[in-house]
Design a protein around this ligand. Structure first.
Ligand code: E4P
Length: 212
């Protein structure tokens, strides 16, 4: 199971990388907009820290422009994966880019049917947004189950990224189902390590040791 950080904040990335559990990073235009500086420079700095797949999203909506943008982004580092939205133009661009060996993370996926098309177009990664589906009372986990089964049925090579993670329970659910990758915000990584009984246990051990 691979764990990605869903952020463009370098401090957060450096900290989780130091934990020794970080496999990759996903960004999106919203996350990049929160950071100071040039988009390409931010992605380069992230790639220098992570040494795993780093997703950077195109802003164009037309397939030929997406392809041109993706080619430029992919020059930043060998770690760059280009995020392309799940639209007809996105599919066309994904087919061209995957044939050129540029890895695509097809994003903004909300249904199994969209995932089928993304896999057929050659997307290396498929990102269903579970939290945003949950937000509209449409259980995102059901889409994850369907996509995992479909990828398995046909031996597609695309890897599933459980995205739009809201809480550690999403991570547990992803792991139980065998989801390849989970991308989560820094806050969820921090919550995963916490357990009150761990803190109480440490305090008790140290107090007992002092009494010796
Ligand atoms: C994934 O690649 C996206 O960047 C992200 O998970 C979106 O999450 P959000 O719904 O919290 O914005």
């Amino acid at each position: 199971m691979k764990l990605y950080l869903d952020t463009a904040n370098l401090q957060e990335i450096k900290e989780i990388a130091q934990w020794g559990v970080l496999d990759g990073v996903t960004t999106n235009p919203t996350l990049i907009s929160r950071e100071e500086g040039d988009y390409r420079k931010i992605l380069k700095e992230i790639c220098d820290v992570v040494k795993g797949p780093v997703s950077g999203e195109v802003l164009s909506l037309k397939s030929d422009e997406m392809v041109a943008e993706a080619r430029e982004l992919s020059k930043i580092s060998e770690h760059i994966v280009v995020k392309i939205p799940c639209t007809v133009d996105g599919l066309k661009a994904t087919r061209i880019l995957s044939q050129e060996g540029i890895r695509v993370n097809m994003t903004l996926i909300f249904s199994a049917n969209q995932a089928i098309l993304a896999a057929k177009a050659g997307a290396s990664f498929i990102s269903p947004f579970v939290g945003r589906l949950d937000d509209i009372a449409n259980p995102g986990i059901e889409v994850i189950k369907d996509i995992l089964e479909i990828l398995n049925n046909y031996d597609f090579s695309s890897q599933l990224i459980f995205a739009s993670v809201r809480h550690p329970e999403h991570v547990r659910q992803a792991a139980i189902l065998g989801t390849h990758i989970v991308t989560m915000p820094y806050r969820v990584f921090s919550l995963m390590i916490k357990h009150p009984l761990t803190d109480i246990g440490i305090e008790r051990f140290l107090n007992d040791w002092k009494k010796r």
